[in-house]
Design a protein around this ligand. Sequence first.
Ligand code: DX5
Ligand code: ZN
Length: 220
Amino acid sequence: MSIRICPSILNADHARLTDEIDRVTSADWLHLDIMDNIFVPNQTFSFEDSRLIIAHSQIPVDSHLMIIDPDERAVDYADIGSASVTIHFEASHDPRITLQTIRKHGARAGLALKPNTPFAAAEPLLDDIDMLLIMTVEPGFGGQKFMADQMSKVEEAHKAISGIVKERPWLQVDGGITLETIALAASAGADAFVAGSAIYGSENPAQMIAALRSAASPVH
Ligand code: DX5
Ligand code: ZN
């Protein structure tokens, strides 16, 4: 199984963002949290900021849209070069069409579920999803505590995804991922891991990325 480590720049130093992005190039994906202060009580990264971040990043960018109008805006994030665009189920009026549109614009299509949204919401859409994001905190802020009660949802999703013969969606977790919690999420079946404060709060982000990767890897 491939492990994907996705550093979130939400809690990086925004005053020297390009340097912060350059510190995590040993990771697989750069996770970009877009917040509109409506869908979540916090605001981050304007569209122009996002464009610059995507242009600068050497590793592919995974844009996580925490906004109320993903059906209208998701395509813009694909068009500025996000390799993956994730919309929230709770904010979308027609997730299937929006996921299909993201793919048509050349990006991987992601669907995110907040902690109170059951896996059943995503199940009928699996054919149109390249990555299912199961939030392990309430979206909005970095540095929150991992919600271990979401692991049953990860297990349920993993079971359903395992039945897909080709192009299985990736299973991502986001929120409170540390050296301890990543192992729980990996054993529940997650294969893509967003980590913000664990990586940017450490002295040596590259070393932390390697440690997270090995903590998530199955023991042989
Ligand atoms: C929270 C964001 C996360 C956040 C994770 O709403 O979606 O991506 O950056 O930060 P940590 O890893 O500190 O919980
Ligand atoms: Zn995120």
